[in-house]
Design a protein around this ligand. Structure first.
Ligand code: ATP
Length: 201
């Protein structure tokens, strides 16, 4: 089994930007967001179960899940949220393990935005946090997603605090505006992770 480095950070912190730098060095990525979408792809058993439970608006004309509609349902209903989590959580875990076990590289970057919120850090050998200020998170996300400040602030409220994330980190990459040495920081961590993976064998 490869050495697992979980890469996390708040919304808009730069997780994708940093993960892409690791990928450039040939490091494989396992992406929690992609897995969460994969388990409910068209014709999947989980999507069939969701379709059974709710009205037909839950499926879009192309056969894919109407996430916005589902979000609305579970936002106002704790028991439905629990039902959905009970359905999806084991499937996501199973697919994550399947992908991690296929890795032949000494280490893997597991990109997992809600690592602490979903209490998953015990599944990683090491935790890398991408750190920026809340102001930068708001600014970047508003710009990237064309949403207002309140929208971003609400999402940030639902995520763990910057302080808590930093407390639970093993490594930190700061990614403030105008920082141009992300590639160097990633290269240094890459060396470190190769060594740790070797020692961990
Ligand atoms: P999310 O959790 O929302 O998916 P993320 O953590 O993956 O976000 P990115 O998508 O990598 O974050 O970055 C958020 C936005 O900020 C992007 O538009 C990206 O281009 C920009 N960005 C990333 N790093 C910097 C930087 N150092 N300076 C300015 N902008 C940056």
């Amino acid at each position: 089994m490869a050495y697992i480095v979980a890469l996390t950070g708040g919304i808009g912190s730069g997780k994708t930007t940093v993960a892409n730098q690791f990928a450039k060095l040939g490091v494989p990525l396992v992406d929690a967001d992609i897995i969460a979408r994969k388990v409910v792809e068209p014709n999947s058993p989980a999507l069939a179960a969701i379709k059974n439970r709710y009205d037909e608006n839950i499926i879009q004309s192309d056969g894919s899940l109407n996430r916005q509609h589902l979000r609305k349902i579970i936002f106002s209903n704790e028991s439905e949220k629990q039902w959905l989590n009970a359905l999806l959580h084991p499937l996501i875990q199973q697919e994550t393990q399947r992908q991690l076990q296929q890795i032949t590289n000494p280490y893997v970057i597991w990109v997992v935005p809600l690592l602490f919120e979903n209490k998953l850090s015990h599944l990683a050998d090491r935790v890398l946090v991408i750190d920026v200020t809340p102001e930068e998170q708001i600014q970047r996300t508003m710009q990237r997603d064309n949403v207002n400040q309140e929208h971003v602030a609400n999402i940030m409220q639902s995520q763990t605090s910057r302080e808590n994330r930093l407390l639970q980190s093993d490594d930190i990459i700061t990614n403030h505006d105008g920082e141009s040495d992300i590639a160097e920081k990633v290269a240094a961590l890459h060396e470190k992770y190769m060594t740790l993976a070797q020692q961990n064998k």
